[in-house]
Design a protein around this ligand. Structure first.
Ligand code: SF4
Ligand code: SF4
Length: 351
C-alpha cells in the first residue's frame, strides 16, 4: 500500500478535485448531530465529528429505492442506471468502512449478489478519516478501529499533516489529479502516526469483552434478561435503522390508482417490528418483543460469527445514542456475561 502525506493547509485544494470523481458527500452538522450530505460550502464539513446519525449504508442501500418500474405498454424498466451514479464519500471513520466491508460480504460476496448495492459500492470513492472515540464508541473492542481495505484513500491526523494511505487505483488517480499536494513522508511522520495511533487505542473509555461471547450467548438463550430487555424495548426499530450493518429490507409493488403502472420499492425493515416475522396465515414467529430483540443480538453477535467469522457489530455506538428506552448494547452484553445485575442502569459498567 502506498503511503503519502499531505499538509493540512492543502486540504481545501485537495477537496476541489473530488467532484471530478462524483457527487461529494461529507459529514456536516444536522440538528444536534451529524449527517453525510452534500455540503453547500466546504467550510460546513466537520473534520472532528463523533458519528453521523445514519451510517454510510444510507448511500449504498438507500432507506427507500425504486428497483424497477413497470408499465403494461413499456414493460419493465430496471433502475440500475440510477444506482451507478458516481459518488465520493469523504470523511468516513474506520469502523464505518468496516461496516461497509461487512455489507459487501452480504450483498456483493454472497450467493445472491445485489446489483444495486454493487453498482453503488463500485461507483463510490471512499475517503476515510481517523477519529477520537467518545464514551459510546467501542470499535477498539470490535477490531474495527483500523481498516486496511474498503477505502480509496485514508487520512490520519499526524499534527500539521495527514498521513495518506492509498488503498486502490482510484485512490491513486485522485492523488495524481491533486498534483503536487501530496509529499513523501519521512521517519518523523511515521513516528507521529504510531504515537497517535497508540494514544487513540488507549483513549477508549468503553471496552467490551468479546472473547467466547457466542458460547456464552448459547448458554444464556433462556436467560430472564431477554424478557427484561423486551419489556423495556419499544419496538421502534431505531437501533436497526441507525446500525451500519443491519440490512433487512422489504419489497413492495406500488401500483398507481386506476392504472397498471407502478414501481417495485425496496425499503428498510427491522427485525424489531412486530410484523417482521409475520407470515401468510397469521403465524408470527417472533410475536413477543423479547424474542425480537433477542433475535437481533443473536444474529449480530452469534449467527454472524458462525457464518462470517466475526460479529457484525462494529462498535459505532449509534444504537446506544438513538434508543429512546436507553437500552445499551454494552450493558446488555455485560448482563449476559454475568458481569452486572440486570439492565436497570443503561450506563456501561466499564465507562
Ligand atoms: S449494534 Fe449498535 S454499536 Fe453495533 S454496529 Fe450496530 S449500531 Fe453500532
Ligand atoms: S431503539 Fe431501543 S426501544 Fe427502539 S427497537 Fe431498538 S432497543 Fe427497542
Amino acid at each position: 500500500m502506498k503511503i503519502l502525506k499531505m499538509p493540512k493547509q492543502n486540504l481545501d485544494l485537495f477537496v476541489s478535485v473530488l467532484p471530478a470523481f462524483g457527487e461529494v458527500y461529507a459529514p456536516v452538522k444536522r440538528g444536534k448531530g451529524f449527517a453525510f450530505d452534500k455540503p453547500s460550502l466546504w467550510s460546513d464539513v466537520q473534520m472532528k465529528y463523533t458519528r453521523t446519525i445514519l451510517p454510510p449504508k444510507k448511500l449504498m442501500l438507500p432507506p427507500r429505492e425504486t428497483t424497477i418500474a413497470f408499465d403494461p405498454v413499456e414493460g419493465f424498466q430496471d433502475q440500475l442506471a440510477m444506482a451507478s451514479k458516481p459518488m465520493v464519500l469523504f470523511g468516513v471513520h474506520p469502523y464505518d468502512i468496516y461496516g461497509l466491508n461487512i455489507l459487501d460480504r452480504v450483498f456483493a460476496q454472497s450467493k445472491y449478489p445485489d446489483p444495486y448495492y454493487i453498482a453503488r459500492r463500485k461507483n463510490t470513492a471512499i475517503i476515510g478519516m481517523d477519529f477520537e472515540p467518545d464514551d459510546k464508541h467501542f470499535a477498539g473492542s470490535m477490531n474495527s478501529d483500523f481498516v486496511d481495505s474498503g477505502f480509496d484513500l485514508f487520512l490520519s491526523d499526524i499534527g500539521d499533516d495527514y498521513l495518506v494511505l492509498v488503498g486502490t487505483s482510484r485512490g491513486d488517480d485522485i492523488v495524481v489529479m491533486s498534483g503536487c499536494l501530496m509529499q513523501t513522508p519521512g521517519e518523523a511522520d511515521f513516528a507521529a502516526y504510531k504515537r497517535r495511533s497508540k494514544d487513540r487505542r488507549a483513549s477508549y473509555k468503553t471496552k467490551l469483552e468479546m472473547e467466547d461471547l457466542p458460547e456464552i450467548m448459547e448458554m444464556e438463550y433462556h436467560s430472564k434478561a431477554w424478557e427484561d430487555i423486551g419489556n423495556r424495548c419499544l419496538s421502534c426499530g431505531s437501533c436497526s435503522m441507525a446500525c451500519p450493518t443491519c440490512y433487512c429490507f422489504d419489497i413492495n409493488d406500488e401500483v398507481e390508482l386506476g392504472s397498471r403502472k407502478g414501481q417495485r420499492i425496496r425499503s428498510w425493515d427491522s427485525c424489531l417490528f412486530k410484523t417482521h416475522a409475520l407470515v401468510a396465515g397469521g403465524e408470527n414467529f417472533r410475536e413477543e418483543r423479547s424474542s425480537r430483540i433477542k433475535f437481533r443480538y443473536y444474529h449480530k453477535q452469534r449467527g454472524f460469527v458462525a457464518e462470517y467469522g466475526r460479529p457484525s457489530c462494529i462498535g459505532c455506538g449509534r444504537c446506544v445514542e438513538v434508543c429512546p428506552a436507553e437500552i445499551n448494547i454494552i450493558s446488555v452484553i455485560e448482563t449476559i456475561r454475568g458481569e452486572r445485575d440486570g439492565i436497570a442502569s443503561s450506563a456501561p459498567k466499564s465507562v
